[in-house]
Design a protein around this ligand. Structure first.
Ligand code: UGA
Length: 468
């Protein structure tokens, strides 16, 4: 397809962009695209969130985003609203960035927010516009969104739909949006393609000034939707693969960290996303592999994705492994009803699903902390950024204001999120605070020999016990 220059329907020189849903995805995109020079309007139904963003406060922890938000609010290029009418009146291209959580009644994705945002937006449109899905969705959703748009708009307006998945990682979101490793667009017409190209020209121009290229992959709707879930399924599989190797190392006496390094040198394999530990969590990978299986099943290709069920199981077993290790280290018996850890105090370092994030959705750390508490342990949690969200998600656990408060008097320390603060902690200093020097390194992020030398009984994931 060609990229003829298009005049945006608003008459503005560059398309005006709206991002509907200002969670991690929408807020980051809105802020970064304003930074790229676009006029941007961010929309959400959550008034508190919009008030925060309008006031210059990012409602979640994402390195570098606050400064960009404040700078772009000040420039006047970036605004936020809770009004569909304003969004419809303002933008040429509307990116749908709302959440698609796992359904309460099964593994599939809940598309309620997509339906509501698209229908309400479409009802208010008074001129031609492009609606672009960015949310992670089951394949076939873009066609359904087209039907919704047809139902709620005047056909004479010629409102069109496209799909453009995103690949940003929390903690690196700004970089991932400004300097993506690819842009994927699913389109049906030249007009949609040209509008999307114009909407990403800022990204291509930035790359050109830095002597980089950003590959653009133009596909049909189904492929664009599938690219996203396939990418996340592959990443989840890679993590579960190395965690499965960790299980084998544990019984065979191998060291998964060395194994991972050795296979990762093969460029066909690569060493990224090959860190064994307590497994993947967060708001994307776990729910996406389940929704993908559910959708494949509906389409009659369930067999093809059966391995993703195993990927999920390997991932869950790593969480159980920590409780097993804790039971062993604390000298308790497993017992038929699970271990009894009553009378022990355990420090859990980490609540976020990964470092540099305050996101605790499906966090392995919090889920393990909860299991340990259910087994009777007195669990004390500390996380550098995730405390507020953790308190909301698991109100019954004890939360401490610092790492030292959490470990003081502990019979066992579990490092479950690899924050730099924990990786660089001094085992000698911490050793003086605890009741007993026992540590589980759930992310294989500590120097095992150093900790063992400082008198700690160390257990990693898929690694032999260190010799001093
Ligand atoms: C993931 C994908 O990496 C993004 O490309 C995608 O855009 C995003 O989902 C999404 O769908 O929106 P994210 O959820 O931010 O991004 O987190 P990841 O960096 O992928 O990490 C996921 C989990 O895997 C974390 O709990 C992390 O600790 C774990 N992990 C990661 C490992 O256990 N081992 C590794 O080697 C890598």
């Amino acid at each position: 397809m060609a990229f003829p220059t298009v005049t945006p329907p608003s008459g503005a020189p560059r398309p005006r962009l709206a991002f509907l849903g200002t969670g991690y995805l929408g807020a980051t995109y809105a802020i970064c695209f304003a930074e790229l020079g676009y006029e941007v309007l961010g929309f959400d139904v959550d008034e508190a969130k919009i008030a925060k963003l309008s006031g210059g406060e990012v409602p979640f922890h994402e390195p570098g985003l606050d400064e960009l938000l404040r700078g772009n609010l000040a420039s006047g290029r970036l605004r936020f609203t809770t009004s569909y009418e304003q969004v419809a009146d303002f933008a040429d291209v509307h990116f749908i960035c709302v959440g698609t959580p796992q359904r309460a009644d099964g593994m599939g994705a809940d598309l309620t927010y997509v339906e509501t945002s698209v229908s309400n937006l479409a009802r208010h449109l008074r001129r031609r516009a492009l609606i672009v899905g960015k949310s992670t969705v089951p394949v076939g959703t873009a066609e359904w969104v087209e039907q919704l748009v047809a139902k709620h708009t005047d056909p004479a307006l010629e409102v069109e739909v496209a799909w453009s998945p995103e690949f940003l990682q929390e903690g690196f979101a700004v970089e991932d949006v400004l300097r993506p490793n690819r842009i994927v667009v699913g389109v049906k017409t030249d007009w949609a393609n040209s509008m999307l190209y114009a909407s990403h020209k800022g990204v291509f121009d930035l790359a050109a000034t830095e002597d980089r290229e950003v590959p653009l992959v133009v596909t049909d709707f189904a492929t664009a939707e599938l690219v996203k879930v396939a990418a996340n399924a592959f990443l989840a599989t890679k993590i579960s693969f190395i965690n499965a190797m960790a299980e084998v190392c544990e019984v065979a006496g191998g060291d998964v960290t060395q194994l991972s390094k050795a296979i990762g040198y093969d460029p066909r394999i690569g060493n990224r996303f090959l860190q064994a530990g307590v497994g993947f969590g967060g708001g994307c990978l776990p729910k996406d592999i389940r929704a993908f299986q559910a959708r494949a099943q509906e389409l009659g290709a369930g067999e093809a994705l059966r391995f993703l069920h195993e990927v999920d199981l390997v991932n869950q077993r790593r969480r159980t492994r920590v409780t097993q290790l804790a039971t062993e280290l604390l000298g308790r018996l497993p017992g038929p009803a699970g271990p009894d850890l009553a009378g022990t105090r355990i420090a859990v370092l980490g609540a976020a699903f990964k470092p540099n994030s305050d996101d605790v959705r499906d966090s392995p750390s919090l889920s393990i902390a909860n299991t340990l508490a259910k087994a009777g342990a007195d669990v004390h949690v500390y996380d550098p950024q995730g405390m507020a969200n953790a308190r909301l998600a698991r109100p019954k656990l004890n939360y401490e204001e610092s790492m030292t408060d959490a470990v003081t008097g502990a019979d066992l320390v579990c490092v479950l999120t690899e924050w730099a603060e924990f990786r660089n902690a001094d085992p000698v200093t911490l050793g003086e605070l605890v009741n007993a020097r026992r540590v589980i390194d759930g992310r294989n992020c500590l120097d095992a020999t150093l900790w063992a030398r400082a008198g700690w009984e160390y257990r990693g994931m898929g690694r032999p016990n260190p010799s001093v």
